[in-house]
Design a protein around this ligand. Structure first.
Ligand SMILES: *[C@@H]1O[C@H](CO)[C@@H](O)[C@H](O)[C@H]1NC(C)=O
Ligand SMILES: *[C@@H]1O[C@H](CO)[C@@H](O)[C@H](O)[C@H]1NC(C)=O
Length: 324
């Protein structure tokens, strides 16, 4: 039964993935839904956020904050939203934050080139503080509102913009496949604190890298060499964030849920860990040795992605059709 399942997946791979491109599969990520009407993928975020946070969240997922390009897309997405979630308003990717009164999309198009259906009397910049645009479900109308309120929002990825990283089996070209380790990695050189770095890796379907062997430590050291030489600023704090911490009651744990001492690599730097209660997050010095660090220190960080060829692209869409 099990081997038959594998065989079926391989046949699907052979017929669809290996012969045609990823775009023919119409798959971006498990948490996005493809809508044929507008040839794009969408995810409704139910956690309410400010406009800037919403925009950032979509970007971290490899998508953009949704706005309707035209009436057809507005109707397609409105009915999807209506059939899946109860709330009445969402932020969309249009604001006049750059210049008051100049409403433009997150990718710089004037609102007159896209869906431009304001509600009666809108935009009115009430109180002089309304710079972000909200879409109302029932009427399909736009309204300007404060950017600091928190609303749900929708992220969007167009099918034509989809680029697949074949080796890593994910829609992110920045991840580098390491053959020996069978894993993919991305070094991020925009410094973040540990908690934000953890969230950023998660958003791009990875996790803060966990070292499981000396070979992996050597590779991560190698990965950091070029950018470190280029940017020798003090904001790097001499370390990169990795996926372990001491924030619970169980001592040092990896973000994969096991004790650090069982991870296969526990080479601490000199006298580390040395921070006691002040340094409860994990990082690596540029020589590969482990270091405890404050969770609020901003550093470069490395995300890791397991290459899981039997999920991601096949299971949800083909699994139920072919596995009997
Ligand atoms: C929204 O859903 C309700 C009930 O499911 C339906 O009656 C209504 O027509 C829908 N509205 C739109 C705009 O699709
Ligand atoms: C990390 O930075 C974010 C802002 O980007 C902040 O809200 C959060 O409190 C910081 N976390 C820690 C542990 O410092």
């Amino acid at each position: 039964m099990y081997s038959k399942t594998i065989l079926s997946f391989l046949i699907v791979c052979f017929l669809s993935d290996c012969t045609y491109g990823q775009r023919d599969k119409k798959f971006f990520r498990k948490d996005y839904t493809y809508l044929e009407g507008s040839e794009s993928f969408y995810k409704v975020h139910t956690l309410h956020k400010t406009w800037t946070e919403a925009k950032k969240t979509c970007k971290m997922e490899g998508a953009t904050l949704y706005y309707p390009e035209n009436e057809l897309e507005a109707n397609t997405v409105l009915s999807f939203w209506n059939s899946t979630q109860p709330f009445l308003y969402i932020y969309i990717g249009i604001s006049d934050l750059v210049a008051k009164g100049v409403f433009e999309t997150v990718d710089g198009l004037p609102i007159s080139d896209v869906y431009n259906k304001w509600g009666p009397g809108e935009p009115n910049d009430a109180g002089g503080t309304e710079d972000c645009v909200v879409l109302t479900k029932d009427s399909g109308h736009l309204n300007d509102d404060s950017c600091y309120k928190k609303f749900p929002f929708i992220c969007k990825k167009t099918l034509v913009s989809l680029e697949w990283n074949e080796q890593c089996n994910m829609p992110n070209k920045n991840y580098i496949f390491n053959q020996q380790l069978g894993r993919c990695y991305q070094l991020h050189t925009k410094p973040l604190n540990w908690t934000d770095a953890h969230a950023a890796c998660h958003a791009e379907q990875g996790y803060l890298a966990v070292i499981n062997s000396q070979e992996e430590a050597d590779y991560l050291v190698q990965l950091t060499q070029t950018p470190v030489k280029k940017v020798s600023g003090n904001f790097m704090r001499g370390a990169v964030h990795l996926g372990f911490h001491n924030r619970g009651d169980d001592g040092w744990q990896t973000v994969r849920g096991s004790a650090l001492e069982d991870s296969g690599y526990t080479f601490w730097g000199n006298n580390q860990p040395d921070g006691d209660d002040k340094e409860k997050c994990g990082s690596m010095f540029y020589n590969g040795h482990l270091n405890d660090i404050s969770c609020s220190t901003r550093c470069f960080y490395i995300c890791e992605h397991e290459v899981d060829t039997l999920s991601n692209s096949f299971d949800d869409r083909f699994g139920s059709l072919i596995v009997h």
